[in-house]
Design a protein around this ligand. Structure first.
Ligand code: AKB
Length: 314
């Protein structure tokens, strides 16, 4: 039996996925790769330093470890991507092409490539966005993630490579911090609140964005991974959604539990990115094809975050 490779393994999503794949396949069948150093807690795994733009190193790693499945998480997110668009293009577009080419050559069984609400743009309907819609992203992140979706669909149609992906909204979690995204403010707000510190938010108070709690994101990723291929009417671009809120609504929800918490608003360059993205997403295709369903509401997410960050007991 082969192994499962996670690229970008030590990021916000990767650190959540590692224990899930370990329970599913066993530790000796999970291979971790990232451009950053492995955290101590993963020292017992097969850890590898990898820049996904290095195709030769990627292919060697994959053939040395007889990789059967890939979860390709390595990416530069929206805000970091605007600071260094060239690097974002190489990592997100060329990196994804490298993964798909290596997977095709080495007969990998399945490749999971998360996408994002960053593929949408101001031309996209604001509410209840369907899977197939107008996408003219203006960020390098969005441009490269649409490219990734289209490449995934291409590799499925042309080469029969089983590529699957879903569009993550902003992800809220407490295990590992997000890095370089526009929606990171939502996680930061919790950390400031439990430290009883005032938070200065870089997104305007009334900008509504789609969000999801990490357990639902992981449930969705694994449900799509396990889904029967015959039932999939889409491949790299399923919408998933849970709830939407503005920074002011999150502030109010936290203040209900931590009454002295306060936020000030000082929108910066990330506001422009947020304004490109829709408010709500239609996830009915994912529900129909592979049973997607989010368990957490905004309220139960806030309770659980505060409980786990040690700030407030229910
Ligand atoms: C970001 O803000 O860049 C990400 C995303 C929505 O894909 N969290």
């Amino acid at each position: 039996m082969g192994t499962t490779l996670i690229t970008g393994a030590y990021g916000q999503v990767g650190q959540e996925l590692i224990p899930i794949l370990t329970r599913k396949f066993g530790m000796d069948r999970v291979v971790l790769a990232d451009i950053v150093k492995a955290p101590e807690k993963f020292s017992k795994y097969s850890n590898h330093n990898l820049d996904v733009t290095d195709r030769e190193k990627l292919e060697k790693l994959m053939s040395d470890h007889d990789v059967e499945y890939i979860f390709h998480l390595a990416a530069i997110l929206s805000a970091s991507g605007e600071k260094n668009p060239g690097k974002a293009f190489l990592t997100n577009a060329i990196g994804t092409h490298n993964i798909l080419e290596a997977a095709r050559e080495l007969s990998v069984k399945r490749v999971m490539i998360p996408s994002t609400i960053g593929v949408f743009s101001r031309e996209t309907p604001r509410r209840n966005v369907p899977v197939n819609t107008v996408m003219k992203p203006r960020t390098m992140y969005g441009i490269t993630k649409v490219t990734g979706e289209m490449l995934g669909n291409y590799y499925f149609q042309k080469f029969g490579l089983d590529v699957r992906g879903l569009r993550f909204p902003g992800l809220i979690s407490y295990t590992a911090p997000p890095g370089g995204g526009t929606t990171d403010y939502s996680v930061e707000m919790f950390h400031y609140a439990v430290r009883r510190e005032k938070y200065s938010c870089y997104i305007a108070r009334d900008t509504v964005l789609p969000m999801m709690y990490m357990p639902d994101a992981m449930g969705a990723m694994m449900a799509l991974f396990d889904a029967d291929l015959q039932r999939l009417r889409f491949h790299s671009d399923y919408n998933i959604s849970a709830f939407s809120f503005s920074p002011a609504e999150l502030e109010a929800a936290i203040r209900k539990r931590i009454p002295d918490f306060t936020v000030t608003y000082a929108p910066d360059y990330r506001q422009e990115i947020a304004e490109e993205w829709p408010e709500t997403i239609d996830s009915s295709e994912a529900a129909r094809d592979w049973g997607f369903r989010a368990e957490y509401s905004m309220d139960s997410m806030v309770d659980d975050m505060l409980l786990n960050l040690g700030g407030v007991r229910r």
